[in-house]
Ligand binder design. Sequence first.
Ligand code: 5GP
Ligand code: ZN
Length: 140
Amino acid sequence: MTDRDCIFCKIAAGEIPSATVYEDADFRVILDLGPASRGHALILPKNHYKDLCELDESVAARVLPLAGKLGAAMKRALGCAGFNVVQNNGTAAGQTVFHFHVHVIPRYEGGPEMVAWKPGKADPEELAAVSSSIQKELEL
Ligand code: 5GP
Ligand code: ZN
């Protein structure tokens, strides 16, 4: 289940070299070529899924534990004070490579602000309406 035109399929398969932090049968973890901070890593499944909506559930179940272990290793190895776990779906959300991946981004004391948004103001009626419309479409 790979896509011949997908760069992350090729990296995950080892056909294109990468700074690999971890590899097993299902995943390769690499360092990002355009890092947001020192140690910025990407978790790539070896199979091709366009985004989170396509991701196999057994693969999905391994992603967060892997991200947590990576973040803990980054704190010990790099001295970062924390880390962000970021996952973009769709162009509007900033996805540029359409092979599911998770960013694990070390955050250093005094480092630049990132992964932030300006909080809006919630109207209780609007919250109830939005909550209900999403709930109707939720397929679990
Ligand atoms: P997205 O914007 O899709 O969530 O993230 C794509 C990420 O992949 C970006 O942070 C970008 O720097 C990184 N990237 C794109 N092409 C390559 C590549 O060939 N090798 C590596 N290591 N990272 C890449
Ligand atoms: Zn792919």
